[in-house]
Design a protein around this ligand. Structure first.
Ligand code: ADP
Ligand code: MG
Length: 589
């Protein structure tokens, strides 16, 4: 941040975009604006009715006029109530629409953003943006915006009325506006940074809360409850301190504003009184003038109170649009074609890959080619780059150099949706959604029949466990559902993938939490399935026992492909393979 004005500028631009999004709700907005104008007129008319009642009625002892003016005042009061309702109701309705659109936009954007974005984005920050930032924007559209517009309209129209009534008195009165305006402006330039900080600290506090909710088991296992509580309390203290600072700033500015306003009332009473005595101004006019005075002081304060909320809304809008505008790094090429049948020739051509923002290459110069219907095992130590290599096939990331081809065609030439829907991938870390077991297995194919679901569960060695549950496939998982072990979750994830229309199957360390015997059973079931559907299968593993029967083993070390061949070939030729094998045989003894 070299330039102080820069962040301000871009948050104001974001606010303008919020205003532009009101275009979709232009009838509601127009309704609110029209009500606002009518409300201002009803407000401006009321003091004139007073004046009429006093000067023509009371002063001239004409009871009829007193009663007429009283009746007219009642009607004006009713009209004010109606227009006030219309104004706030339609503004709120428009604000709900704007928030609804923004929520949907940011959600679908989050769905479409590439892996690399989510690698860097903090979940808690994204959550704050979808919830409290959008709420801040909604309050701005629904309340502050209409307040400010109404304040400006009132200010201008009443100023004109006052000038027409008595320009000298009006000029005395109106001096209060620039003075109060100056006080407010000074207040906000001095405290703008403070408001921004409060917002940031709230978001930091939420981040700690969220980390602790997700990691509560780790916290407890390491007996860090009190340390975490201290950390949270410390941040909570900072937030309260910052909030108190803003309150102190508000409390020390506003008394001056009220004082100024009272002084003006005094001036109007004094000067106006002398004008009345000198017969240049009627009593009714003085009363009306004084009522206008109250009407004109309100808008300045309203703008004053709305300003911090508007500044916050602008900052929120900036953060929301930051996500909405985030670049989707991995997208379809303009001439992308759908991925259809697959013969099974997957080629890595001198592939190198560096994670966005990383200094060094994670994958360097990897080349290999699969033959149709091969079962390829990818073996290597942790962090050797196995997952990174696999992630390049469905284009979770794009290569930095070289190319990944399927049947000779660069994966970047396919449409993403078709490519990914034909690649079945099981991640090491599984995520189940809240719902039934059946819904979870049929996640990618919601219209699958129960028989198909059962077939997939059988292959994943999960069927026997599921039918043992009282509610079988209708058992709920997730927050309020049955607890599953890590290995059971992995097997549900395998079943979920097996049910899709995959042509290429990637099992990325997906039996790491399953015992060795079940892993071998799953592998055997897969061997059968594979030849029905998959043109190529990749099994990433750390255990040699699960990959022994692979057609070929790719041995990865430090991001390079160091050897490939069958189990027997590698045993003979690769010292690294021998070393891994030896260490695993030792372990199992
Ligand atoms: N999302 C990521 N962003 C940056 N670096 C990553 C990311 N994922 C993995 N890495 C790095 O890439 C290297 C290889 O990781 P990975 O492919 O997951 O290894 P493996 O699957 O063999 O355990 C590691 O050094 C890891 O730190
Ligand atoms: Mg991995």
């Amino acid at each position: 941040m070299v330039n102080q004005a820069e962040p301000q500028d871009s948050s104001m631009r974001s606010l303008q975009r919020v205003l532009a999004s009101l275009n979709a709700y232009r009838w509601l907005s127009l309704g609110a604006l029209l009500s606002l104008l009518l409300l201002t007129i009803a407000n401006a008319v009321t003091p004139q009715l007073f004046r009429w009642g006093i000067d023509q009625g009371i002063a001239k002892q004409d009871l009829d006029i007193v009663l007429y003016s009283a009746g007219a005042m009642v009607i004006a009061a009713i009209a004010r109530g109606l227009f006030n309702f219309g104004q706030s109701f339609w503004a709120e309705a428009a604000s709900q629409g704007v928030a609804y659109d923004l929520r949907n936009r940011i959600f679908s954007k989050i769905q479409n953003l590439s892996f690399s974005y989510h690698d860097q984005a903090q979940t808690s920050q994204l959550l704050t943006r979808v919830t409290s930032d959008i709420e801040q924007i909604r309050t701005f559209v629904g309340t502050n915006l209409i307040q400010v517009i109404s304040a400006i309209v009132t200010l201008i129209s009443i100023a004109i009325v006052l000038l027409i009534m008595n320009w000298q008195l009006a000029l005395i009165t109106l001096t209060v506006i620039p003075m109060n305006g100056w006080l407010l402006a000074r207040f906000f330039t001095q405290n703008g940074e403070l408001f921004r900080r409060v917002q940031e600290q709230l978001s930091d506090l939420n981040a700690v809360l969220q980390e602790n909710l997700i990691g509560i088991r780790v916290v407890k296992a390491f007996v860090r409850e009190s340390a975490e509580a201290r950390r949270y309390t410390a941040m909570n203290d900072t937030l309260v301190a910052a909030n108190m600072k803003t309150i102190r700033a508000i409390r020390s500015t506003f008394p001056f504003i009220f004082l100024l306003s009272n002084l003006v009332t005094l001036a109007v009473f004094g000067y106006g009184g002398s004008e009345v005595i000198g017969n240049r101004f009627s009593v009714g006019e003085l009363v009306a003038f004084n009522s206008y005075l109250l009407l004109i002081l309100q808008p300045v304060l309203l703008i004053g109170f709305a300003a911090p909320a508007i500044a916050q809304a602008a900052a929120s809008a900036e953060r929301v649009y930051e996500v909405v505008d985030a670049e989707i790094e991995i997208r379809d090429r303009s001439n992308a074609v759908p991925f259809q049948a697959c013969v099974g020739r997957i080629t890595f051509e001198n592939v190198s890959f560096r994670y966005p923002g990383a200094q060094t290459e994670t994958i360097s110069g990897v080349s290999f080619e699969t033959k149709p219907r091969e079962l390829i095992a990818v073996l290597g130590m942790t962090a050797s780059g196995k997952s990174s290599i696999m992630n390049l096939i469905p284009r979770f990331y794009d290569v930095t150099a070289g190319a990944v081809r399927i049947d000779g065609r660069d994966v970047r030439d396919f449409t993403l949706a078709s490519l990914r829907s034909r690649i079945g991938i099981v991640f090491q870390e599984t995520t189940l959604f809240s719902g039934t077991l059946r819904e979870n297995i049929a996640y990618a194919k919601p219209n699958a029949t129960l028989d198909q679901v059962i077939e997939a569960a059988k292959a994943a060695q999960m069927h026997d466990f599921i039918i043992g549950l009282p509610e079988g496939y209708e058992t709920l998982v997730g927050e309020r559902g049955v607890g599953l072990s890590g290995g059971q979750k992995q097997r549900i994830a395998i079943a979920r993938t097996l049910l899709t229309d995959y042509s290429i199957l990637i099992l990325d360390d997906s039996t790491s939490a399953v015992d060795a015997q079940t892993a071998v059973q799953i592998q055997a079931a897969l061997d059968g399935l594979m030849h029905q559907k998959a043109c190529t299968t990749f099994v990433v593993a750390q255990r040699i026992s699960t990959v022994q029967n692979a057609d070929r083993i790719l041995l990865v070390d430090k991001g390079r492909l160091v050897a490939q061949g069958t189990h027997e070939e590698l045993m003979r030729s690769s010292p690294l393979y021998g070393a891994i094998l030896e260490s695993q045989v030792k372990q199992s003894k």
